[in-house]
Design a protein around this ligand. Structure first.
Ligand code: IVH
Length: 673
């Protein structure tokens, strides 16, 4: 089934689920019996499990407990179990704090202390203790009324049945989260969509013996009503909980200032994959109970707490237009311009449609309602179309057969390996004849891994191109700086800086030079191989006079595709002119014979974190110049781990465990010649 169909089917089921819920819950008039209801629920969950892109706030996996089971007695919560407002960005947090300060009539210098607690994605429960004895346990239910699941909760080892501590209140409703650790969920994953569902399902078994079979955990974090609680703040209360025998989240922290909340958030989000339970954000609570009391609640959430959510990864939007972008190698990439949608705290207004084939396969059209996914740093993409939302007069998208930038024919290459046409359509002009392609080529030429001309950003390339200052790479080294000085936004100092960074790169390694030319299929690795084998620019230029490329043919790692691409490059007059001019303007260093016996010989190195004033590739080449070698894993064979800014903790820990030497950048540089 196509993703479109799956998505459609899914939305239909969600709608039905909402309808059943409404009739049961709000209208008190169930449309179907429990079995039918459960069947629908499990169908939705099955779909979500099979198709990771499906996700809806109305899904049963996001609204566990909405429908209280009739198996359990319903009990009113003495204090409602509230939910939390959400924050996604730093601005949301600043706003949250502002409102608190306003409410308390305090100025900006008033320091609010927060309890920052990773938000476990499980099922909340309320445990009522009288005179130290666990008497009643309730699920959240709808927040006002829960189900009596005492016997099931009693099977959880983390929940004490009797507490004898002196400072334990006469009566208290301890609240926290029931959840399953990811490692335990592994064994149950055929039965449930996710750990949260597994916890909910197990907790609400009719027979507590069934619950007992599942390794449920409990972490405590708040309370409802209490009589005799001595703590005056959340962090004191969390300490109390530990004394009384409860588990609390080991990653809880007491913090002040939004900037520190942000750092903590980022650190924990990074660690998310390593933690053995699902967390979906950080809960911040005003630490002082008397301030909490003063702040009170808005609707069904407290004014003194907020959930800072981690990025969710999908959202629904509408395509306003489909734009075609042209890349350095002429590839035509369709991009959907969509109504801005907040996906996990980032406002997304562009989504890639990859290529012509993808548009055809998913039948994506302008004005379509689509599901957008954003994962990590990857460019957001369109997952599927909601066909039900499509207008009757909607028209199929016609992919341009001419390059929108230069009007040349667009072509699809035949791939000899797959024996198929490529999925990507390209502009057939060979480079600098197409405006968009040539701008992209120049951006590539000055980029970090190529000439690395500092301060020569993408906007400047576009600007200089439009002003006829830089049409071809050699123009960069013949710039009229006087003219630039008179341009809007430029001054003496900025021009001096630009001139300095350009001059710095007039001397360049042969491999970087080859890479910077932006020949299709010649990335950094291939450029390196070619440079190593041809040794000098002179030998490279000589290729232009050859009818065969025997010298390249025998190079290990260079195949037919690359050779054809290089041939095409040399068949173009503009490319030859560019090469000739660059040769006159620059000093391209010959490849030196690999030094043996350099100061790093027989030593292996690995980097983690950002280095200062140096790219990774420069650092790697320094190692190689000094006869050292680079490895990509922390193993016993690694001699040195070099750490820059914000290193990956996992790598540092692994290195420590294996006794690998850890160096900072300056100590490492001292080892070099
Ligand atoms: S405090 C009024 N603390 O988040 C305060 N909740 O969206 C509400 N949760 O239903 C609860 N970790 O299931 C609180 N450290 C934590 C939490 C936490 C997870 C869940 C809980 C609650 C939901 C609110």
């Amino acid at each position: 089934m196509s993703n479109n169909r799956i998505f459609e089917d899914y939305l239909e089921k969600i709608k039905l689920f909402q309808k059943y819920n409404k009739h049961y819950y709000d209208l008190n008039n169930p449309l179907v019996d429990d079995q039918e209801f459960d069947k629908l629920k499990s169908e939705i969950i099955k779909l979500e499990k099979k198709n990771k892109f499906l996700n809806s706030t109305n899904s049963p996996s996001n609204s566990v407990g909405f429908k209280p089971s009739k198996v359990f007695k319903k009990v009113k919560h003495s204090v409602p179990m509230l939910s939390l407002g959400n924050a996604f960005t730093e601005d949301d947090l600043i706003n949250f704090e502002k409102k608190i300060l306003n409410f308390l009539n305090k100025g900006n210098d008033f320091r609010i202390i927060y309890s920052a607690e990773p938000k476990i994605d499980g099922i909340s429960a309320s445990l009522i203790y009288r005179n130290g004895k666990f008497v009643t346990g309730l699920s959240r239910g709808d927040g006002k009324e829960g189900e009596d699941i005492t016997e099931n909760l009693k099977t959880i080892k983390d929940i004490p049945h009797l507490i004898k501590s002196k400072n334990f209140p006469r009566e208290i409703d301890i609240r926290g989260e029931v959840f399953i650790q990811n490692s335990d969920f592994e064994k149950l994953k055929n039965k449930f969509a996710n750990p949260r569902n597994a916890a909910s399902g197990s907790l609400r078994q009719k027979d507590p013996k069934e619950t007992k079979k599942i390794p449920l955990k409990f972490i405590a974090y708040t309370f409802g009503h209490e009589k005799g609680l001595k703590a005056v703040s959340q962090n004191e209360y969390l300490e109390n909980l530990k004394e009384w025998g409860f588990k609390t989240n080991p990653l809880n922290k007491t913090l002040e200032k939004i900037e520190n909340l942000m750092t903590n958030y980022q650190e924990i989000e990074k660690k998310r994959g390593e933690i053995d339970f699902d967390i979906d954000g950080i809960v911040y609570k005003v630490n002082e109970f008397n301030l909490q009391k003063r702040l009170g609640n808005v609707a069904n959430a407290p004014r003194w707490a907020i959930a800072h959510k981690f990025s969710a990864n999908s959202g629904i939007s509408k395509i306003n237009d489909i734009e075609i972008q042209i890349g350095r190698t002429g590839a035509l990439t369709p991009v959907a311009k969509i109504n801005p949608v907040n996906i996990g705290g980032v406002v997304v207004s562009n989504a890639t449609l990859h290529n012509e084939e993808e548009i055809n396969r998913k039948d994506i059209r302008v004005n379509d309602t689509v599901l957008i996914e954003r994962a990590g740093d990857v460019i957001p993409h369109v997952v599927s179309v909601d066909l039900k939302m499509r207008n009757k007069d909607s028209k199929k998208f016609n992919f341009p057969l001419k390059c929108p930038s230069c009007g040349s024919k667009t072509i699809k290459d035949f791939n000899f390996t797959t024996k198929k046409e490529d999925a990507v359509r390209r502009c057939s002009s060979e480079g600098y004849e197409c405006k968009k392609m040539s701008i992209e080529k120049i951006k590539h030429f000055v980029s970090k891994e190529a000439f690395n001309i500092e301060g020569f950003g993408k906007k400047i390339v576009e600007n200089f191109w439009n002003l006829n200052l830089v049409k071809l790479p050699p123009d960069i080294f013949k710039l009229d700086f006087k003219k630039i000085e008179s341009l809007d936004g430029w001054g003496k100092q900025s021009v001096a800086n630009l001139r300095y960074s350009i001059n710095l790169r007039k001397k360049i390694s042969f491999e970087k030079f080859i890479y910077a030319l932006g020949i299709r299929h010649i990335g950094l690795e291939n450029a390196k191989i070619i440079a190593k084998n041809l040794k000098s620019l002179k030998n490279f230029l000589a290729l232009s006079k050859k009818s065969n490329f025997d010298d390249l043919m025998n190079i290990d790692g260079i195949g037919e595709t690359q050779i054809n691409s290089i041939k095409n490059f040399f068949n173009n007059e503009t490319n030859l002119k560019v090469l000739k001019n660059l040769n006159e303007l620059l000093e391209v260093k010959d490849v030196e014979k690999p030094k043996v016996g350099g100061p790093l010989s027989n030593k292996t190195f690995m980097f983690t974190g950002k280095l200062s004033n140096m790219s990774r590739s420069e650092a790697k080449s320094l190692i190689e110049q000094n006869s050292g070698s680079i490895v990509s894993n922390v193993t016993k064979k690694l001699d040195y781990l070099i750490i820059g800014e914000k290193p990956t903790n996992r790598k540092v820990d692994a290195a420590k465990n294996l006794g690998v030497k850890i160096l900072d950048q300056s100590s490492w540089l001292k080892m070099l010649k």
